[in-house]
Design a protein around this ligand. Structure first.
Ligand code: PGA
Length: 251
């Protein structure tokens, strides 16, 4: 069984480098003895310092540009990230899709570049509104087909899919574990079709209002199929985030 993967997505928080470093250190110390793979994805300005401070947790970026270098004001390239000990990069987060207008085509370019440059992509997908399973499957199929266009299963080998229903993000209304399990099933079937294979080894995570109380339910629902969690708000509180890591351990 693969290691659980739990990611802290700090989004545009916290407000100062000292607070960010303190938070990272508290999390890092708290996960010293865990078997779970823990990733902290802070805002770009804090990556360098946090990368130097982390001993156990890994470093992630929240986005990146696909070009090596060039005239892209305000963007950060994979090339620059590679100098900062980044292991993972979140691509296609719903806030980038819906607030910044990022398209599936751009997302696909980013996933390809991440794979080419040995950054592990975490491709985020999810339906925007609550809908029935059939409609959800259509949305997920489109996002996966376009986001993974031209990418074989072999090439995506270490890649990660994060299922995050947009309506559950930052709302406190997490999706029920049964809903997450049915999305997981849909994603697995879509990937099997896409890659013409019977077995999917890709790690699939759940995200959307995860907290220390509900974390375990996503990991254990349906015999323990989710490979981990993508955590936003609760990852800014070390006690809560460490609680998520502790409680989600498979027993
Ligand atoms: P949330 O965010 O845990 O605050 O709902 C999750 C995410 O956006 O990755």
């Amino acid at each position: 069984m693969k290691k659980l993967l739990i990611i802290a997505n700090w989004k545009m928080n916290p407000d100062s480098p000292s607070r960010a470093l303190l938070l990272a250190k508290k999390i890092d110390q708290g996960v010293r003895n865990t078997q779970t793979e823990v990733v902290i994805a802070p805002p770009f300005p804090f990556l360098f310092e946090i990368g130097r401070a982390l001993k156990k947790a890994k470093l992630g970026a929240q986005d990146m540009h696909w070009a090596n270098l060039g005239a892209y004001t305000g963007e950060v390239s994979w090339h620059q990230l590679r100098h900062l000990r980044i292991a993972y990069v979140i691509i296609g987060h719903s806030e980038r899709r819906w607030k910044m207008g990022e398209t599936d085509t751009e997302i696909n370019k980013k996933v390809r570049v991440a794979l080419k440059t040995n950054l592990t992509p975490i491709l985020a997908i999810g339906e925007r509104r609550k809908m029935n399973d059939r409609a959800m499957r259509t949305v997920l199929k489109k996002q996966l087909t376009l986001g993974l266009k031209g990418i074989s299963q072999k090439r995506f080998k270490n890649g990660v899919i994060a299922y995050e229903p947009v309506w559950a993000i930052g709302t406190g209304n997490s999706a029920s574990p049964a809903h997450a399990a049915s999305a997981l099933h849909a994603i697995t079937e879509i990937l099997k079709n896409l890659w013409h294979t019977k077995a999917i080894t890709t790690r699939i995570l759940y995200g959307g209002s995860v907290n220390a109380k509900n974390a375990r339910d996503y990991i254990t629902e349906n015999g323990g199929a989710m490979h981990g969690l993508l955590v936003g708000g609760a990852s800014l509180n070390p006690k809560e985030f460490l609680g998520i890591i502790k409680n989600s351990l498979r027993k």
